[in-house]
Write a protein that binds this ligand. Structure first.
Ligand SMILES: [Fe+2]
Length: 185
């Protein structure tokens, strides 16, 4: 990536996606580019800090292809709020932009044979912020918490817009799996 605009980044995403369908390979190539866009890019606007009080975070679409692939979002997180355990149904790369965010990693224990039922066990957590990147394969499950007292922002890159992958959210206590569709600003 020669320049560091959102357009430069999307051009690289297209090249990578055209080279391989393997999510592990794609993630390996997208991680350093997302890190660089998050740190050096000129894309961040004041409105990207806006959150949706009902869902606890604000989702701002920066790019998607006409078929909803190669989706890039700025996501803002309200203090003390977060996202429930969820998968993505596509590869995911997330880079810190402003403030620390806690990622909790979950392991699925059941055999997925019962519709709507899921057993999850917490595997660990990590706090990441500017200069850090995390990535997930399509079936990986995580939750996000903003444990600070101010709005945080991160840059999210997905193989496909999350409202078009049929992905799920989970309630570990109730042992349920339900569709997870987010409100996009
Ligand atoms: Fe996620």
């Amino acid at each position: 990536m020669t320049g560091c605009t959102l357009g430069d980044f999307v051009a690289e995403l297209r090249k990578i996606a055209a080279t391989t369908p393997d999510p592990t390979a794609v993630i390996g190539r997208v991680r350093p580019l997302a890190l660089r866009l998050a740190r050096e890019g000129d894309w961040l606007r004041p409105e990207h800090y806006r959150c949706d009080a009902a869902q606890g975070f604000g989702v701002h679409l920066l790019h998607e292809e006409p078929d909803h692939t190669l989706a890039v979002f700025a996501v803002a997180w309200l203090p003390g709020r977060g996202a429930p355990p969820h998968d993505h149904g596509t590869w995911a790369v997330v880079a810190g932009v402003d403030g620390p965010e806690t990622n909790v990693f979950w392991e699925r224990l059941d055999d997925r044979s019962r519709a709507g039922y899921a057993e999850l066990r917490k595997r660990g957590e990590t706090v990441f912020g500017p200069g850090d990147v995390v990535s997930f394969l399509p079936d990986a499950i995580h939750s996000v918490e903003n444990r600070t007292d101010r709005v945080t922002v991160s840059l999210h890159v997905y193989g496909k817009h999350l409202n078009y992958t049929g992905r799920s959210q989970f309630d570990p206590a109730a042992r349920t799996e339900t569709p997870f569709v987010v409100t996009v600003a």
